[in-house]
Write a protein that binds this ligand. Structure first.
Ligand SMILES: C[S@@+](CC[C@H](N)C(=O)[O-])C[C@H]1O[C@@H](n2cnc3c(N)ncnc32)[C@H](O)[C@@H]1O
Length: 286
């Protein structure tokens, strides 16, 4: 038994070393560490996952560009999507110009399995019937920019578009059961709730649901009050950046399950929180 544990540790160590070597080599090739904020975090990736990231960074610039997400959040979402166990597809609610889509699709490429369903009106839809002002730069539609980005990232064959409102598209979804659901569309309480509820039946038991913009009061309110209380999900502790909140769909209603050794599994009990949602500094697992 001890021998098996030792062998496992050695194997883990070897993987980390090989990932580190790969990253250092790639970073050198890309012009040195100077412009990189991320390699230290990237060192925590397994070798194949790191290699996928490096491939992506050779095709598209690692910083967010026209996307809406800072690089550390992108990296965390990529890491989760690439390493979360199980089989199935990834659904992304809110794709904008395809930056997160490219990372999620790279995760599929690395795993050799699954695809990303990118769901968006591509009209810059925002809460309350408004639009993102920056949609004007895209003449009212980000679809072309989205397609260009996905093509540039070299992941076109792993991506399917679903053009329309997220809740409508849930009714039309014919993909595989969802291994990872990424929610980043309408950030109002009602919007997040509608996205969560309409897509919930498509998520595999044990699937991962990632909420972006947890620092926004409405998103946090939904996650804390609604999701936290009904026992359908378990919070994934400790391993994500504050603005990214991940939960797993429980295998059996009201029973939490340990899925990955990402840290000690804990129940999410919002009633024990002592900060108000509007003052969120980061996700908490109680
Ligand atoms: C914050 S942006 C997504 C950013 C993208 N995930 C990234 O980081 O690169 C939100 C996107 O969701 C879309 N959206 C918002 N509400 C929507 C809805 N109800 N149905 C479909 N798309 C929606 C918008 O058009 C916009 O492209």
């Amino acid at each position: 038994m001890k021998l098996a544990k030792l062998a496992y540790k050695m194997c883990e160590h070897r993987l980390a070393c090989s990932a580190a070597r790969h990253i250092v080599r790639s970073v050198r090739r890309l012009g040195g560490l100077k412009s990189y904020r991320l390699p230290l975090e990237a060192l925590a990736l397994d070798a194949p996952v790191a290699a996928g990231l490096m491939r992506l960074w050779q095709r598209i610039h690692w910083s967010s560009g026209d996307g809406m997400m800072p690089a550390d959040e992108l990296l965390n979402i990529y890491r989760l999507a690439a390493s979360w166990p199980g089989k199935g597809d990834i659904v992304e609610l809110g794709s904008w110009v395809g930056l997160t889509t490219s990372y999620l699709a790279t995760a599929c490429e690395v795993r050799g399995e699954g695809r990303v369903w990118a769901v968006d009106t591509f009209e810059g839809t925002k809460e309350g019937g408004e639009s993102y002002p920056s949609i004007e730069r895209f003449d009212g539609s980000t679809l072309e920019a989205f397609r260009n980005q996905v093509a540039k990232a070299g992941v076109k064959k792993h991506v399917s578009e679903m053009v329309g409102y997220t809740t409508e598209m849930a009714k039309q979804y014919r993909g595989a059961p969802i291994r990872v659901l990424f929610i980043d569309a309408d950030h109002s309480y009602e919007g997040v709730r509608a996205d969560f509820e309409t897509w919930w039946p498509h998520v595999s038991p044990g699937g991962l649901i990632i909420f972006h913009d947890y620092m926004m009061a409405d998103v946090a309110r939904f996650v804390d009050e609604a999701v936290g209380q009904d026992g359908r999900v378990t919070c994934l502790p400790g391993s994500v950046v504050p603005n990214v909140f991940a939960v797993t769909k429980n295998m059996v209603m009201s029973t939490s399950v340990s899925l990955l050794a990402l840290g000690p599994e804990r129940h999410f009990r919002p009633s024990e929180r002592n900060d108000s949602p509007s003052q969120h500094k980061g996700a908490k697992c109680q």
